[in-house]
Design a protein around this ligand. Structure first.
Ligand code: BTN
Length: 251
């Protein structure tokens, strides 16, 4: 069955549009895509710069038949699907930075923002909106100076432009396949494949908790619940559920 796509020349955030559609009952696989966003958002209140026609800005509605407790696994599952789709389209490898970033050569190429319906509400049908931002046809000068040395695009990696709608279709297909795998076989197979692309494993990193506490340590990788394990210099292992993670040179 072909999934529906809503194309918008401009919107504030495709996640907001998709969320409203999902609340009204839009089906799994429905995608909202915009040429430009005026208020694109990332995780932890960050902005997602969305210049017209340069990147892919889309949000895909998913209604996976999984337990509520497993909903946090959607972010890593989506990350794997998107990385595999980009590898298929570009013919090069990508890495995943826990929990939601797509990297290439140590530079950020894309991010995912998953927003879910209130999961405690058992009466209503639950859903997730998977917001995907990929730097596609951006030149270096298209990136703001603050991120230009930390970002890359498919154009910069492959030396050619990509057609955004074709890219969306490949991503949606891979995403739905991986979500089906999560439903039918659980997370372990997805985790195995995710770990093959883990950018942080064994590296020293800094974790800023939601209460702004800073913890430094070595990444031991994510576990079967999607929590990142970080070992500090005293040997204590912290289980990270959320927060900001960045690489550091040394402890
Ligand atoms: C991140 O790196 O923190 C996640 C970025 C997610 C950006 C995408 S662009 C399409 C969708 N709409 C939004 O407002 N955000 C996501």
């Amino acid at each position: 069955m072909k999934s529906e796509t809503i194309f918008l020349p401009e919107t504030d955030s495709t996640n907001s549009v998709a969320y409203a559609l999902a609340e009204k009952g839009a089906g799994s696989g429905t995608a909202v895509v915009a040429r430009k966003q005026s208020a694109g958002r990332g995780r932890l209140g960050k902005q997602w710069q969305s210049p017209a026609g340069k990147g892919l800005y889309c949000s895909i509605i998913a209604r996976p038949r999984i337990e509520i407790i497993d909903y946090p696994l959607i972010t890593m599952t989506a990350g794997l699907g998107i990385a595999l789709a980009l590898e298929y389209v570009c013919g090069i490898e990508f890495q995943l930075k826990w929990p939601n970033d797509i990297y290439r050569r140590g530079l950020k190429c894309g991010g995912i923002l998953v927003e879910t319906s209130p999961l405690q509400n058992h009466q209503k049908e639950k859903f997730a909106v998977i917001g995907i931002g990929i730097n596609v046809n951006n030149r270096r000068e298209d990136f703001p100076s603050k991120i230009v040395d930390k970002a890359t695009s498919l154009y910069l990696e492959c030396g050619k432009d990509f057609e955004l709608n074709a890219l969306l279709e490949t991503i949606r297909r891979q995403l739905m396949v991986r979500l089906q795998q999560l439903e039918e076989s659980g997370f372990s197979l997805i985790l195995d494949q995710w770990c093959c692309k883990d950018l942080l494993i064994g590296k020293q990193l800094k974790w800023v908790t939601q209460k702004r506490k800073v913890i430094k340590g070595k990444s031991l990788g994510p576990d079967e619940r999607g929590r990142l394990h970080v070992q500090d210099k005293n040997g204590q292992v912290h289980e990270v559920l959320s927060g900001d993670i960045s690489l550091v040179k040394d402890l």
